[in-house]
Design a protein around this ligand. Structure first.
Ligand code: TYM
Length: 334
């Protein structure tokens, strides 16, 4: 039976990239009647140092972001990673399955560790093994993510296959990455060759889920473009990364394909297209930011939601961890 798992780091604010690449699609999966499990991965966040008070705030705000984006804590399991100890326990097993060489090839590690990799935390190096644990401790079959997580999900498959092979079992499923839609890689509004990211120093490069309507409209008005009008054909978007990005965003926000959008807006000048995009973005995004601030008025309620979610998550994860321990040869595994 299909089971969906995905996670988001509570490390600062959420962007339009997180929304279109992940959150919006999480709500879609849940509404298809599939079992869906969504996690605030606080253990991943601390692979680079986080201020404790900010981490707590970001975790709760992320939970509010999930709910405001349409993830229903009744229909989906919504919880934070550190509350379900089985993630860290399974990660240890996978630390012993994964190879150093696999980890060294991870482009996200290379990017995040930078030139001084010797000074990166051991947790940052082992990050993908914890991510594999998140997924496989639920025997999840499908993982909706943005394009940037593709390599990590390939490693998750490698870990599952090596475990199954090393212990002669057919225990862990080989997970399918689900990287779909027009906005699997939302780019910076200032530079069409860079991913939209919460860590970009320029706030004008991204739309935050907490931005108000005026800010959203201003950022779109000021988004970098080239001087030509939009092409009339999809092919004309090649080598025009900023135009391509705005079209992709329009398509994802309006639940259309890029072809449908081009039929509507092809040939228009940016001076005409940008206000259309701004209206659409404000209509979709500002109710989310309003709902997030409403939910953040009552953090005790958010904590209750996370706790209830953790109980439901643990009920699935605990028996799978115990069977893993038993396969590996741990005495006393139930
Ligand atoms: P994170 O927290 O960086 O991002 C959360 C999700 O948002 C997507 N995303 C984007 N999609 C499109 N365009 C963008 N500009 C953009 N920026 C971010 C990411 O692809 C992701 O889906 N390692 C993960 C968290 C994680 C996880 C997991 C995911 C931990 N365990 C298990 C899936 C399954 C991460 O750092 O995502």
């Amino acid at each position: 039976t299909p089971r969906v798992f995905s996670g988001i780091q509570p490390s600062g604010g959420l962007t339009l990239g997180n929304y279109l690449g992940a959150l919006k699609r999480f709500a879609d999966a849940q509404d298809k009647g599939i079992e869906t499990i969504y996690c605030m991965v606080d253990l991943h966040a601390i692979t680079v140092w986080q201020d404790p008070a900010k981490l707590r705030h970001a975790t709760r705000e992320l939970c509010a972001g999930f709910i405001a984006s349409g993830v229903d804590p009744q229909k989906s399991i919504l919880f934070n990673q550190s509350q379900v100890a089985e993630h860290a326990q399974m990660a240890w097993i996978f630390n012993c399955v994964a190879r150093m060489g696999w980890m060294k090839r991870m482009t996200q590690f290379k990017d995040k560790a930078g030139k001084n990799a010797e000074n990166a935390s051991l947790g940052l190096f082992g990050y993908p093994a914890l991510m594999a644990a998140d997924i496989l401790v639920y025997h999840a079959t499908h993982v909706p993510v943005g394009e940037d997580q593709k390599q990590h999900l390939e490693l998750t498959r490698d870990i599952a296959m090596k475990f199954n092979h090393d212990y002669g079992v057919d225990f862990f499923p080989i997970t399918e990455p689900v990287i779909e839609g027009a906005a699997t890689r939302v780019m910076s509004l200032r530079d069409g060759s860079k991913k939209m990211s919460k860590s970009d120093p320029s706030d004008m490069s991204r739309i935050n889920l907490t931005d108000d309507a005026d800010t959203i409209a201003k950022k779109i008005r000021k988004a970098k473009t080239d001087p030509e009008p939009l092409p009339s054909e999809v092919e004309g978007l090649e080598n025009r990364p900023e135009a391509r990005n705005l079209i992709n965003i329009f398509a994802a926000l309006s639940d259309q394909t890029v072809d449908q959008v081009m039929a509507e807006v092809g040939g228009k000048a940016f001076s005409e297209f940008k206000p259309m995009l701004a209206d659409l973005a404000v209509a979709q995004m500002s109710p989310i930011s309003t709902e997030m601030s409403r939910l953040m008025q009552d953090t005790a309620e958010i904590d209750r939601i996370l706790e209830a979610g953790a109980d439901r998550a643990r009920a699935i994860a605990a028996p799978i961890l115990q069977r893993t321990y038993d396969i590996v040869g741990m005495v006393g595994a139930r």
